[in-house]
Design a protein around this ligand. Structure first.
Ligand code: SAH
Length: 370
């Protein structure tokens, strides 16, 4: 999965735009500006709850086309959060999508990415439309140490999973093998235990499951930063609470695609195990020094968006809209984002807070989650 998606030369994400009508899938920020705007207001609200610490950073993992961040920065500028108060830091492995993000967030010629000073953790930098620093990083652990609003939208579902099955002898891993007769790929069960079988399986009642060690490590890194430097995390994705078994699949041209056929030409994805992410956010690794963070959620996208005011935002936009087609598109976008039959209940929101905020959150719980 890692090779197919992010191999430097042939990886699915590395050299193409995979989103939208002409791509393989469409994501919520691409459907409507309302999505990013509501998230921006939520972030400003929660940052205010923390005492508006500055300087701070907004760090997005896997920003795609940069649309969500563009909508957020527009709203931040309305709240006069711009310039040197904060920086925008993007964790992105794809050079192609990095370019798309740069055009979206730093669109003018004068703001073209400048040379990165030697010894920097980031690989590219520029200035946003609103005057803030924008930097690109390969890994979450390279991000600057400061108060951080973390965002991950449809990021964790792209990280590699291991498939485990219980057989008579115990847990085994499902591997991918080459059938030498017809040179096709096929699934096989490992003869012995593999390192992935060391995952926390003691009380597991499922006979088959998917584990994503990389997702756990990234969540633990985010959790450590939130505890040590202050911050909040918002993770949005399709997923489950640790009860699903077999969700690994491919997508090509908006249709399901066999992951073993023409690897590299289709998106590969697995539902996010939110129970595992919550475990990671509350369990430091042995060598680490941080306490369990607080987690909120998951809640369904329709509940989150409705509670933070998507209906009101739709009304406002419709009130100032003179074009019938635009009005129709706004209504259909609202339906697509919130209808349980569309993205409304498939997508979930999870928030992370440092444990020091417990008392404040008891009084002022995170909007959207209750
Ligand atoms: N958040 C965007 C894009 C989702 S697609 C949206 O919702 O529209 C997944 C994104 O994660 C892409 O930008 C992809 O290039 C990036 N990505 C995938 N694997 C990654 C990894 N290991 N590290 C950093 N970015 C990664």
């Amino acid at each position: 999965m890692k090779e197919v998606l992010t191999n430097p030369t042939a990886g699915y994400y590395m050299n193409r735009d995979v989103f939208g009508q002409t791509g393989d899938f469409i994501t919520s920020p691409e459907i409507s500006q309302m999505f990013g705007e509501l998230i921006a207001v939520w972030l400003v609200n929660e940052w205010t709850k923390c005492g508006r610490p500055t300087p701070f950073q907004i760090a997005e993992l896997g920003p795609g086309r940069g649309t969500l961040m563009a909508d957020i920065l527009r709203v931040f500028s309305k709240f006069k959060i711009a310039g040197s108060d904060f920086s925008v830091n993007l964790v992105e492995v794809s050079p192609y999508l990095g370019q798309v993000q740069e055009k979206q967030l730093c669109p003018t010629q004068a703001q073209e990415a400048t040379e990165v000073p030697q010894g920097s953790q980031h690989y590219k930098q520029s200035i946003s439309l609103y005057g803030s620093q924008v930097r690109w990083y390969n890994h979450i652990s390279d991000l600057p140490r400061t108060f951080t609003l973390f965002l991950a939208h449809e990021f964790f579902d792209a990280l590699p999973i291991h498939k485990l099955v219980k057989v008579d002898q115990g847990w085994r891993e499902v591997l991918i093998d080459l059938n030498r007769e017809d040179l096709t790929l096929r699934y096989v069960i490992s003869r012995d235990r593999t390192p992935a079988c060391l995952y926390r399986l003691d009380n597991e009642s499922r006979e088959e499951l998917e584990v994503s060690p990389q997702s756990l490590v990234i969540t633990q890194t985010m959790a450590a930063r939130i505890h040590q430097d202050g911050g909040i995390g918002l993770v949005i994705d399709y997923g489950h609470e640790g009860d699903k078994t077999d969700t690994f699949r491919g997508f090509k041209n908006h249709k399901l695609h066999d992951p073993l056929v023409d690897p590299g030409t289709a998106d590969l994805t697995a539902d996010v195990d939110f129970a595992a992410l919550k475990w990671a956010a509350t369990h430091p690794r042995a060598f680490e020094d941080w306490k369990a963070n607080l987690t909120y959620g998951t809640v369904d996208q329709k509940d989150f968006l409705t509670r933070v005011g998507i209906n009101l935002r739709l009304e406002q936009l419709l009130a100032s809209c003179r074009d019938e087609n635009v009005a129709r598109d706004l209504k259909s976008a609202h339906k697509m984002l919130t209808d349980p039959m569309e993205m409304g209940s498939k997508f979930k929101f999870l928030a992370l807070y440092p444990s020091v905020m417990e008392k404040i959150l008891e009084r002022y719980p995170p909007p959207g989650f209750v």
